[in-house]
Design a protein around this ligand. Structure first.
Ligand code: SF4
Length: 439
């Protein structure tokens, strides 16, 4: 069952540096599916990002905390005044938590403790296998809200409305700030990344004096100029995606596309309310690979949608064998309260869904393992995610954080999270690669 995502109020005080912190926290909250609301009354929790620079700012910050406590009661304090915890505690012992400035992870941990993040596979942009706190070296960059499609299994349009793209200059400025603050990888997310700008009729915006149409292609170009990896998620295979492939081939953005295809059978795609041109998708994939051989394709599928016959499922397996996608996630269909598909006849029995899911994953596991094995002996640049006693976990251009695999290095190298390093691939299984740094 899907529930309305928890609502959070936010008060941001102080200088532009504090504003960047606020935006970073807000971006993370949105990426994890929280709603941001403009009033204390609607919020389940209020975050006050304070300033402590001069006495007047201290007074203003303390006043804002008091106001939020009176109106709402559940308050987290962060920012410069947070460094003077005793002063705040003395006046307001009931605040839920206090952190100093730039404490994004701690603020998110306090939020999670009070309001666990929503975990709906259809509405959460963060993968369900655990909302791990995003390390500082990568960040989600949300470019739009809502969606113009009406997929029959999904209620996002009724929850979040039609597509609303953020202005290109605003997204570019946020990306620039993130990179300046140490982010090494930007993960572009939305419900429909290819459609970016459609609602604004692709109107031109200005970035660094240049007029640029509000389109995914121009945004990808701008992001590609930053000294960071740029990875695109939720890209539907529309014709405009063809124009992104050269940017990948030129190394401007990562040669990676996360493209939720959902099924391979025309009749099921039709019932899902999705474009049903499977043949065209296969042709397009073949052309993309020709133009950019290192392209890594990830997709998600639903098995056991109402009305899915054994023949439809076989078509899906055949599609999978032909498409030879690199990374694939799959769900057994489950109804979401309020979705049109709930009323559809011919529901697939639970045990059939589960049996199909197992068959599906078996076919894909062999493809993924084969594709990863082809990388053994090659060299690639990887980004270090985590260093522990047993191993160094890194990711290559083909591995998105949280959802894909790792490139695993032996622990004895002097590396830190956020480092880029060239490695040689020495081994592979169906999910991860093993490698050693090139010396
Ligand atoms: S494209 Fe379909 S599944 Fe995705 S958000 Fe829009 S309606 Fe939902």
């Amino acid at each position: 069952m899907t529930m309305t995502p928890p609502a959070i109020g936010f008060v941001s005080l102080g200088c532009p540096k504090n504003l960047v912190d606020s935006e970073r926290i807000l971006t993370q909250l949105r990426a994890e599916g929280y709603r941001l609301v403009p009033s204390y009354e609607e919020a389940a929790l209020v975050i006050v990002n304070t300033c402590g620079f001069i006495d007047a700012a201290v007074e203003e910050s303390l006043g804002a905390i008091g106001e939020a406590l009176d109106a709402n009661g559940a308050v987290i304090v962060t920012g410069c005044l947070g460094a003077r915890e005793e002063e705040i505690r003395a006046r307001y012992p009931q605040v839920l938590g206090i952190t100093g400035p730039h404490a994004y992870e701690e603020v998110m941990a306090l939020v999670h403790r009070r309001l666990p993040p929503p975990h709906d596979p259809w509405s959460s942009l963060i993968p369900p296998q655990g909302v791990k706190l995003t390390p500082r070296h990568y960040a989600y960059l949300k470019i739009s809200e809502g969606c113009n499609h009406r997929c029959t299994f999904c209620i996002i349009p009724s929850l979040r409305g039609d597509l609303m793209s953020r202005p290109l200059s605003e997204v570019a400025a946020e990306a620039e700030r993130l990179v300046a603050s140490g982010v090494r990888e930007l993960l572009v997310v939305s419900q429909d990344t290819s459609a970016y700008g459609l609602d604004l009729k692709y109107r031109p915006d200005f970035w660094q004096g240049r007029p640029l149409e509000t389109r995914i292609e121009s945004l990808a170009r701008v992001l590609g100029e930053l000294p960071a990896w740029v990875r695109l998620h939720y890209v539907y295979p529309y014709p405009q995606v063809d124009r992104l492939i050269p940017l990948m081939a030129e190394g401007k953005i990562l040669p990676y596309l996360d493209m939720p295809l959902q099924h391979g059978s025309q009749s099921i795609l039709k019932a899902m309310g999705r474009p049903a041109a499977t043949e065209k998708v296969l042709d397009r994939i073949a052309q993309w690979r020709k133009a950019c051989p290192e392209l890594v394709l990830r997709s998600t599928f639903i098995v056991g949608f109402p009305g899915e016959t054994e023949a439809d499922f076989e078509i899906l397996l055949e599609f999978l064998r032909e498409a030879r996608l690199d990374r694939v996630g799959a769900f057994a269909y489950s109804p979401v309260a309020g979705a049109a598909a709930n009323e559809f006849p011919n529901a697939v029995p639970e045990e059939v869904k589960q049996e199909r899911l197992v068959r599906f994953m078996k076919v894909q596991a062999a493809i993924s393992a084969e594709k990863l094995a082809q990388k053994v002996g090659s060299r690639m640049i990887v980004l270090v995610d985590e260093v522990n006693d047993e191993a160094i976990l890194a990711r290559g251009p083909g591995d998105a954080p949280e959802i894909d695999g790792h490139v695993i290095l032996p622990p004895e190298w002097e590396l830190e999270p956020g480092d880029f390093v060239e490695v040689e691939i020495t081994g592979a299984d169906e999910h991860d690669l093993r490698a050693v740094p090139v010396t």
